[in-house]
Design a protein around this ligand. Structure first.
Ligand code: PGA
Length: 252
């Protein structure tokens, strides 16, 4: 399998620029870089530039938690793909469940943001996942299909420069993790959707991550599933020592 594993730490609304610098100073020496894994930090917007400066030439990637779909203009509070690139980002999350559920990003908005990210030369991590209610009602597949379809269906194969994160909403920040079997089943389904939409080679090349209460104790059994290529980690990425243990546990 040629997909390089990716472990991403989504800090959400945590860490000032000063705290970001202290984190990175503690985090880098704990890493065994160059062992076939990519590591991505996703701080809040005001901490991005400090993160980029603190990372220096270390092979740790930098991403943002969201972007706006317009390039510039009268959109108070919003930031564009170009601004993120200028702040040192290579990656951006799109469609995180907190954006969908707390901030009201619709499928249409997610699609527009994804387009803006890819056209702005950012690697997008498209987040999809069902709520507990939807899972209980047996709607997991249809929710995932709808979210993928609405975000990606219009894209041409050649511009699929992205990763997908399967993040069941009921497992985010709850301490409740999907079992490895549940996660594998959903991630395999996502890969099946990619194969149908873009063909087997795109499906085979696209990274699909799992997110939702990933911790040092469960990362190994999740990442050992054949279709899971990494983790999107929230709460457990906030402590540099804990996150470094997750990275270690996810090494091939
Ligand atoms: P969590 O968050 O690890 O705190 O569950 C995951 C995420 O929201 O990406």
């Amino acid at each position: 399998m040629s997909r390089t594993r990716l472990v991403a730490g989504n800090w959400k609304m945590n860490k000032t620029p000063q705290e970001t610098e202290a984190y990175i100073r503690a985090f880098l020496p704990r890493l065994d870089l160059g062992r076939g894994i990519e590591i991505l930090l996703i701080p809040p917007f005001p901490s991005l530039e400090r993160a980029a400066a603190s990372l220096g030439s270390a092979e740790v990637l930098l991403g943002a938690q969201d972007l706006h779909y317009e390039a510039r203009g009268a959109y108070t509070g919003a930031v564009s793909a170009e601004m993120l690139r200028g702040s040192g980002c290579q990656f951006v999350l799109v469609g995180h469940s907190e954006r969908r559920h707390v901030f009201g990003d619709t499928d249409e908005v997610v699609c527009r943001k994804l387009t803006a990210a890819l056209e702005g030369n950012l690697h997008a991590i498209l987040c999809v996942g069902e709520t507990l209610e939807q899972r209980t009602a047996g709607d997991t597949s249809s929710v995932l299909n709808r979210q993928l379809e609405s975000a990606l269906a219009e894209r041409a194969v050649s511009d699929v420069g992205l990763s997908i994160a399967y993040e069941p909403v009921w497992a985010i920040g709850t301490g409740e993790t999907a079992t490895p079997d549940q996660a594998q089943e959903a991630v395999a389904e996502i890969r099946g959707w990619l194969a149908d939409a873009f063909g087997p080679s795109v499906a085979e090349a696209t990274r699909v991550l799992y997110g939702g209460s990933v911790k040092p104790e469960n990362v190994k059994e999740l990442i050992e599933q054949p279709d899971i290529d990494g983790g999107l980690v929230g709460g457990s990425s906030l402590d540099p020592e804990t996150f470094a243990r997750i990275v270690e546990g996810a090494m091939p």
